[in-house]
Design a protein around this ligand. Structure first.
Ligand code: KG4
Ligand code: ZN
Length: 352
């Protein structure tokens, strides 16, 4: 079986073709980074227009790279939420049009499910496992037990961790997106120079919080002598922030691991996904944590950790194999929690 996947929920326009034997036949991603850079963040209207402009060409490119025509497809999957609704609509309408024109099954995929199932595409990982999803829009711990069987163990009660990296970078004048630049600046910084808070550390449960840390970084910057920040200041603040964020993530994930172990005394794995999974300090903390818990640590290759369409095609394939197709009147969902039983996080913003 072969499925075309489409991803347009944020600032990446992407199309991919994946086979059910886990081969990625094509995986094209067009980043809109340059379109949004002047604004220091993603502008929804600009994103929607850019998806509209580029998506058809990217699908054509994916088909040509895979050496396939539309007649070889067994289904069309698109991210149907959560995300910026204008962009989601572009992807869903395009997928529906192809499905209608070719009488193919349509699969409305939850973007988070795409991230959650990637480790099965890359590592053939069996259920259940624990997923830490850390990106610009999400910070969640999910117990993944089967297709459509997700239990949210924790989520951020305010900002996503990627957002905190981006805001810190902006404050330090490093540019956008901030994560990689903060990591770079932190390399020769002193993580102990600024005593920043470790949000939620030691609290019961495994929810996250990053807005207090963000505020503490701002206060630390403002407490410095007036004038431009020195390179040393920038490096030390970046390192102190990164250390605090990693400490907090490791503490919460440790609790998630304990909760997972209680329910699954044997088997399982710790999986990380999302753009922040690129961070080496975080990776080494998670590696150590998994080792202590005797869990394998699975980190999909970076291009499949960040937003892409291969993960959407794969989630579509998993659903198609179970006959879980969707009607053509499926309405895109700006908010769409994976775990419908999870209570909305207090103070959670528009990002799911
Ligand atoms: O998954 P992603 O590409 O897009 C979504 O947010 O859905 O994640 C992007 C986020 C940005 O906030 C970016 O600053 C962060 O991931 N990021 C990093 C690193 N690389 C990307 N954060 C920390 N360290 C990194 N090396
Ligand atoms: Zn994502």
């Amino acid at each position: 079986m072969i499925v075309l996947g489409i991803e347009t929920s944020c600032d990446e326009t992407a199309a991919a073709i994946v086979a059910d034997d886990r081969r990625i036949l094509a995986n094209v991603v067009l980043s809109q980074l340059e379109d949004h850079r002047p604004y220091g963040g993603v502008v929804p209207e600009i994103a929607a227009r850019a998806h509209l402009k580029h998506l058809n060409g990217l699908i054509r490119q994916a088909l040509s790279e895979a050496g396939l025509g539309l007649d070889r497809l067994d289904g069309v999957a698109a991210t149907a939420g959560p995300g910026l609704i204008g962009g989601v609509m572009v992807g869903v309408m395009t997928a529906k049009a192809i499905a209608a024109a070719r009488s193919l099954p349509f699969l409305a995929v939850n973007h988070l499910e795409g991230h959650a199932l990637t480790a099965r595409l890359t590592d053939n990982l069996p259920f259940p496992y624990l997923l830490l999803l850390v990106s610009g829009g999400h910070t969640q711990l999910l117990e993944v037990s089967g297709i459509g069987d997700y239990r949210r163990l924790g989520t951020t009660i305010d900002d996503a961790v990627g957002e905190a990296f981006d805001k810190t970078a902006k404050l330090l004048g490093l540019g956008y997106p901030g994560g990689p630049l903060v990591e770079q600046a932190a390399l020769d910084g002193d993580p102990a120079r600024f005593p920043l808070p470790r949000p939620m550390m030691g609290r019961p449960g495994c929810d996250f919080s990053f807005s207090g840390l963000k505020t503490a970084v701002r206060q630390a910057v403002h407490a410095l002598p007036p004038g431009p920040l020195t390179d040393r200041d920038v490096s030390d603040i970046a390192a102190s922030f990164q250390q605090a964020a990693a400490d907090s993530l490791a503490d919460r994930t440790g609790r998630g691991v304990a909760m997972f172990r209680e329910r699954h005394p044997a088997g399982g794995a710790l999986v990380v996904a999302g753009g922040v999974a690129a961070n080496k300090v975080l990776r080494s903390r998670l590696t150590a944590l998994a080792e202590t818990a005797s869990l394998p640590f699975v980190a999909p290759p970076l291009p499949l950790c960040t937003d892409n369409a291969a993960m959407i095609a794969w989630a579509g394939l998993e659903r198609l194999k179970l006959g879980l197709t969707d009607p053509l009147d499926f309405a895109p969902r700006p908010r769409w929690p994976l775990d419908p039983d999870a209570a909305p996080a207090i103070g959670a913003g528009v990002k799911a």
